[in-house]
Design a protein around this ligand. Structure first.
Ligand SMILES: [Zn+2]
Length: 191
C-alpha cells in the first residue's frame, strides 16, 4: 500500500456546500508570552477557504520539544502529514478522514497471481501486505486487487482454507499483516 496522496479532511465549510479539505501544507504557531497555539491549516477543496485545526492550545513552550517546535515553524512536510493522518486529532476535532484516492496497491512482478497458479509446492506462499499509510481498506478488496481474483474466488479460497488470514475478509486493515496461500491440496490434506 503506497501513499499516493494524503486523505481529505471531511467537515462542513462555512462558505460553500463543500466538505472536503486538503492540508494547505502550512502549520501556524502563535505565541502569547510563554504560551503557544498551534494549528494545522486546511484549504477547502471547493472554495479554497483556509480553516484551522487546533493541534495545541495554550500549551507552555517548555512542554514542546524544541525540535518539534522548529518543525511546526518550518511547516515540516513530515509533520503536516503526521497531523493530517492522525485519527486522534480527527476525533478530537470531530471530523472524518476520507482515504479514497490516497493509496495504491503495488504488487511485485511477477504478480502473486502467477505464483498462485503455479502453487503445487507443499509449503505455503507467505504474502506480507505493508501499509505506507494507515488507510483502512477491506481485506477482501486488497486480496482481489493484489492477487487478481474475483470476490467469489477470494471467498471460496478463504472458505477452502487455501487463503489463511489473520483477520476476517470483511474486516478493514490499516496496518501491516501477513497471510498464507496454500496449494490446491491443502484443504483436502487437512480434512
Ligand atoms: Zn468551501
Amino acid at each position: 500500500m503506497r501513499q499516493s496522496a494524503l486523505p481529505s479532511v471531511v467537515r462542513p465549510c462555512p462558505d460553500c456546500p463543500g466538505t472536503r479539505h486538503r492540508p494547505s501544507g502550512k502549520i501556524r504557531v502563535n505565541a502569547s508570552g510563554k504560551l503557544l497555539d498551534v494549528w494545522l491549516l486546511l484549504s477547502c477543496a471547493g472554495c479554497d477557504r483556509t480553516s484551522k485545526v487546533p493541534v495545541h492550545e495554550r500549551v507552555h513552550v517548555s512542554a514542546l520539544e524544541p525540535a518539534r517546535l522548529v518543525a511546526y515553524e518550518n511547516n515540516d512536510p513530515a509533520v503536516v502529514r503526521e497531523l493530517t493522518i492522525d485519527a486522534s486529532l480527527a476525533a478530537r476535532n470531530a471530523y472524518r478522514l476520507d482515504w479514497s484516492g490516497s493509496w495504491e496497491l503495488e504488487t511485485p512482478a511477477p504478480t502473486p497471481r502467477h505464483a498462485l497458479d503455479a502453487l503445487d509446492d507443499p509449503s505455503p506462499l507467505r504474502v506480507v501486505v505493508g501499509f505506507e499509510l494507515p488507510a483502512p481498506v477491506r481485506v477482501e478488496r486488497l486480496l482481489m486487487r493484489g492477487l487478481g481474483l474475483s470476490r467469489t474466488a477470494v471467498r471460496r479460497m478463504v472458505r477452502d482454507g487455501r487463503i489463511r488470514l489473520p483477520l476476517a475478509p470483511e474486516a478493514k486493515a490499516r496496518r501491516d499483516f501477513a497471510f498464507t496461500v496454500h496449494g490446491p491440496g491443502a484443504a483436502s490434506a487437512e480434512a
